[in-house]
Design a protein around this ligand. Sequence first.
Ligand SMILES: O=C(O)CCC(=O)C(=O)O
Ligand SMILES: [Fe+2]
Length: 241
Amino acid sequence: MCEGPASAAPEDAIAARVAALPWARVAEELDAQGVAPLGRLLAPPECAALIALYADEPRFRRRVVMARHGFGRGEYRYFAHPLPLLVAALRRALYAPLAPIASRWEGTDYPATLDAFTARCRAAGQTQPTPLLLRYGPGDYNCLHQDLYGAIAFPLQVVVLLSAPGRDFSGGAFVLTEQRPRMQSRVEVVPLAEGEAAVFAVNRRPVRGTRGTYRVTVRHGVSRVRAGERYTLGVIFHDAP
Ligand SMILES: O=C(O)CCC(=O)C(=O)O
Ligand SMILES: [Fe+2]
């Protein structure tokens, strides 16, 4: 593998970048919408280095051709252990400020650190890493879904767009839907630029109503890519069996 910025990015730099995000505002937006933009998390060379990893097969534990499973069109690859430094650093740094939000949402205590949460996954037999790279070409799309793999799930996940809309691809919008009890579904389109990230609800989120809090079911997907190639990095915090 070539030692580009993906492996050179120091863990501390990523941690500082993530710590500098406006977390109080992110929490408010997550509470209100179930999704919050995080702004630019990765610089263009870091995006390019991650895209370049896609062809590096030994880096991955599993490849999924979406059409074979009815998941859509396009493909994705789950990273194998050890995760690329940049991905591991992002996952660890993002987990910490999200854990209190997750705990509040679910009314349960998520451990303060990713290492402690990963240990919990391991104890439940969930040992396979879930961060992934997704690749879409013309006509490809990702059906509405939830990234759940086992009994242990962290209720928030992060997506980072690695390609530049307009320059690299058109179409291919990240979308989120909310299925509310006894109501019609609501859709939210999340605009992202190259290197920009969003955090969103994995499977459900609490909504405060007039008669207390209820839960809505959340799914995410990607609309059809009209032209070009679109790559994303998915950061899921729970491991898989
Ligand atoms: O490609 C996208 O924008 C969505 C990727 C996705 O499904 C995920 O990160 O879990
Ligand atoms: Fe997903």
